[in-house]
Design a protein around this ligand. Structure first.
Ligand code: CP
Length: 327
């Protein structure tokens, strides 16, 4: 069994423990579990600020990144996170692996378990693929993005970044604008933000909005609107989503020019939001389409910080999940 070293004294000042084998989405996380991730991420953030920025807590653990789809941020930050904790890392992409020879997902995941993978971080174009993988391996599976379904580590790093700037999300208004219907980021963010007590407004063209998500939750609430200017009134945080250019070809938006006119986050629109509103984007950005370049790189933007915080949050998740496996 894997042993996790306590010698690095990662102090999270909480008695809560992580129990789940996998992290597949945020909808199964309790507010207490989300708090545990964020508190642990703060400890990891502190580790990263040290001159060396690494500990040997997960020495002996093997983390595999298995990516069937392109990624820069998620894959690179999981690799940096795992190495910062002293784990061994194996990076696999579908191209160049036996997936190209027709190997099934189940055979691939079992092969990775057979070579000693403790954690498999997986991205797949098909919604639900990580759930299938998790059922067929004793390794822990972390969903690094599946189809249009979920991107839990992105939502957790987004919440971590918000919290560092605005404190508690209780009663804060968060506007998520763009292709919400096809966004795994929006979906996973909705769960964490509602659990944190935020008021979430999903905004975009009617053809790109999931109207069924509107409603009052146990902690926060969700509104859905096509009126971006109205949505921005009283907003504390605005998150723009990448618009996929193929949406125009599939007839879901009339043209990119129309989209820009109605939904680009630009200087005029940002002035409608509360003074000092945070500007966020999960990346990769289409600057000049969903977000104006001066806003993407302006004073309120925390977009690069989201990427940096992704390492601390992914360290926290690898630490919590691997520690739970060793118990
Ligand atoms: N935000 C995000 O998932 O980025 P990548 O596709 O670069 O991993």
């Amino acid at each position: 069994m894997l042993e996790v070293s306590n010698s690095d004294a990662i102090s999270t000042a909480t008695n809560l423990q992580w129990h789940a084998k996998d992290l597949l989405d945020t909808d199964t996380l309790t507010p207490e579990e989300i708090e545990l991730v964020l508190t642990t991420a703060e400890a990891m953030h502190e580790v990263r600020s040290r001159p060396v920025g690494k500990v040997a807590t997960l020495r002996g653990a093997t983390v595999v990144t298995l990516f069937y789809e392109q990624s820069t941020r998620t894959r690179a930050s999981f690799e940096v996170a795992a190495k910062a904790l002293g784990a061994d890392v194996v990076n696999l992409t579908a191209s160049g692996s036996s997936v190209e020879k027709g190997e099934s997902l189940i055979d691939t995941i079992r092969t990775l378990e057979a070579i000693g993978a403790d954690v498999v971080v997986m991205r797949h174009g098909k919604s639900g693929a990580p759930y299938l993988a998790a059922r067929h391996t004793s390794a822990s599976v972390i969903n690094g993005g599946d189809g249009t379904h979920a991107h839990p580590t992105q939502a957790l790093l987004d919440l971590f970044t918000m919290r560092r700037h605005v404190g508690s999300l209780e009663g804060k208004k968060v506007v998520i604008v763009g292709d919400v219907l096809h966004s795994r980021v929006a979906r996973s963010n909705l769960w964490t933000l509602m659990a944190a007590g935020a008021s979430v407004t999903l905004c975009g063209p009617a053809t790109l909005l999931p109207h069924t998500l509107a409603g009052q939750g146990e902690h926060g609430r969700c509104d859905v609107t096509t009126n971006f200017d109205k949505a921005l009134e009283g907003a504390d945080i605005v998150m723009a989503l990448r618009i996929q250019k193929e949406r125009q070809n599939s007839g879901l938006i009339p043209s990119l020019r129309e989209y820009i006119r109605g939904y680009q986050l630009n200087a005029r629109r940002l002035q409608i939001a509360n003074p000092g509103a945070l500007v966020m984007h999960p990346g990769p950005m289409n600057e000049g389409i969903e977000i104006a370049p001066d806003i993407a790189h302006g004073l309120g933007s925390v977009i690069e910080e989201q990427v940096t915080n992704g390492v601390a949050v992914r360290m926290a998740l690898l630490y919590l999940i691997t520690t739970a496996r060793a118990r």
